[in-house]
Ligand binder design. Structure first.
Ligand code: GLC
Length: 533
């Protein structure tokens, strides 16, 4: 059992996409001062830590995941001073601040790359991954970019190709070069010295590539139109054994600053994901667990299986975590519908481990409608359906023009979602049964019950295949969570005696007593039940 939990074990993390959170200066794009203005809302909501997607100077080819300077703030978002104020004001409210750290690639406009591409002899040439053309003049191997096409770009001036696993404007750094490692560790120190509480590390499992750059095996089932990322098995371009040494180095750097959190963005199947905790738990604290995001079906049995498999796969002492949405995936309310999204929210906030909530999901925000001519995300350049712009529309603060995100009359960088007049913070704060009210209630109850934050997890066998039931327990106190994944009324029969009291229904309209042997759930209802011992 967990004795003295660290802050990141009992916290709920809230992801902010800075472009879309709050625009304080009326240019149609969110900024750091805007986030500072909304800290009281976040405190009220009841989250504990904020993770900011990148706010560094960037040509914005991938909206900030293409960084031209790791130790400053893009003028669109403000200044370093604004960042210092944000850190200070967040801390004053007991909120932690986690930055996005993007070590796999820089922008092609980063001075390191400008030097590196100047000549084959440049002292920074080896900071990136340059190779001669293959004998037929084509790219050095068959690797494809996540955004489509070859992962190699030919440079006329120096006659070699450089590697970019993402956009052509995102050249991959060569992490085998110790000078790159040192320079990138200095970046971590820079922000830790300014007081940030940790990092979410972008595509951590890709940092090191096969030394011989061997071809990846193709995926025979891939067809044109499928996401380019699925066109091959990335056997040689990611998840290489050498990456773990680097992760350990990063971790010990973070540890030298005290209790700072190290989160890794890692999309891998459960057994391979678990390796990123490290053999002696000396790697990431939280390798992001995307099982609820990547699982194609929203179905009680499948979800139970995922949760159990993940729980059982955790190394001894490793702390779990759950993610329901982020800036790369369609919003949960769009994926499963708004009614089921309430059930999903109860799941996220009652499972064991640190949850991460994507901004706006607390309101039940849907993906927005973005006309084709406004789509900008490189992931959608070959196929608009794969664009991630839809899940990045502005936060819906109120029912006024621009949803209170920006000054009325200003054109916002992406249009606000169409139903913002009904689904926004102000309207939902006034409705005791709103999605926001549910999120807030779940967060408050989670915080007040040790069973939900640090208690054990155990799922129940029962016959109703449309429901998922589990127990959270801490010392003598036990809570049941019963989730109905269907729109129809369901009965769950448990081999249990005794009564329980409903603490929260996702419909927010009952606090009755129930018999545990036969729990009745309305359509799309989830219940958190306190067992009466
Ligand atoms: C991560 C980010 C994504 C970005 C990519 C390249 O997956 O979450 O938004 O496009 O890395 O940096």
């Amino acid at each position: 059992m967990l004795q003295t939990p660290s802050w990141w074990q009992t916290s709920v993390i809230y992801q902010i996409y800075p472009r879309s959170f709050f625009d304080s200066n009326g240019d149609g794009i969110g900024d750091l001062a805007g986030i500072t203005r909304k800290l009281d809302y976040l405190r009220w909501l009841g989250v504990d830590a904020l993770w900011l997607s990148p706010m560094y100077p960037s040509p914005m080819a991938d909206f900030g995941y293409d960084i031209a300077n790791y130790v400053d703030v893009d003028p669109i978002f403000g200044t370093l001073h604004d960042m210092d104020v944000l850190i200070e004001q967040a801390h004053a409210r007991d909120l932690k601040l986690i930055l996005d750290y993007v070590p796999n690639h820089t922008s092609d406009e980063h001075p390191w790359f400008q030097e590196s591409r100047a000549s084959q002899e440049n002292e920074k040439r080896d900071w990136y991954i340059w190779r001669d053309p293959s004998p037929d003049g084509g790219p050095p191997n068959n690797w494809t970019s996540f955004f489509g096409g070859s992962a190699w770009q030919f440079d006329e001036q120096t006659g070699q190709y450089y590697l970019h696993l993402f956009d052509v404007k995102q050249p991959d750094l060569n992490w085998r070069n110790p000078l790159v490692r040192e320079a990138m560790y200095d970046v971590l120190r820079f922000w830790l010295d300014r007081g940030v509480d940790g990092f979410r590390v972008d595509v951590l499992w890709m940092l090191i590539k096969d030394e011989q750059l061997r071809d990846n095996p193709s995926n025979p089932d891939w067809k044109p139109g499928d996401p380019p990322v699925l066109s091959q098995f990335r056997q040689y371009s990611e998840d290489q054994p050498e990456v773990h040494n680097i992760i350990r180095e990063m971790r010990s750097l973070l540890d030298s600053y005290g209790e700072r959190v190290f989160i890794g963005e890692i999309y891998l199947p459960i057994p391979r994901l678990m390796q990123y905790y490290g053999e002696t738990l000396d790697e990431t604290h939280l390798p992001f667990n995307f099982q609820l995001v990547t699982n194609p079906t929203w179905e009680a049995r499948a979800i139970r299986q995922i949760v159990d498999e993940y729980e059982n796969g955790l190394p001894d002492g490793a702390w779990p975590n759950w993610v329901l949405g982020n800036h790369d995936r369609p919003r949960i309310a769009t994926r499963v519908g708004r009614e089921q999204a309430r059930v999903a929210q109860m799941l996220l906030l009652t499972l064991r481990g640190t949850p991460t909530c994507y901004y706006g999901d607390e309101l039940g925000m849907l993906n927005g409608y973005v006309p084709r001519e406004l789509l900008y995300d490189p992931a959608g350049k070959d196929n608009p359906e794969h664009s991630r712009d839809y899940e990045r529309t502005p936060m819906q603060w109120d029912g006024s023009t621009n949803a209170g995100f920006s000054t009325p009359g200003v054109t916002t960088w992406l249009p606000v979602a169409e139903d913002y007049q009904t689904y926004n913070v102000t309207a939902e704060q006034q409705d005791p049964r709103s999605f926001l009210a549910l999120t807030c209630t779940l967060l408050n109850v989670r915080r007040s019950l040790a069973a939900l934050t640090i208690g054990s997890y155990q799922s129940f066998d029962q016959d109703n295949s449309t429901c998922f039931v589990y127990q959270r327990q801490h010392e003598g106190t036990r809570y049941l969570v019963a989730l109905n994944f269907s729109a129809q009324e369901q009965v769950v029969k448990l081999d249990e005696n005794g009564q329980g009291r409903v603490l929260i229904s996702t419909h927010l309209d009952r606090e009755d007593s129930v018999r545990l042997s036969e729990i009745h759930l309305r359509g799309n209802e989830g219940l958190l039940i306190q067992r009466e011992e």
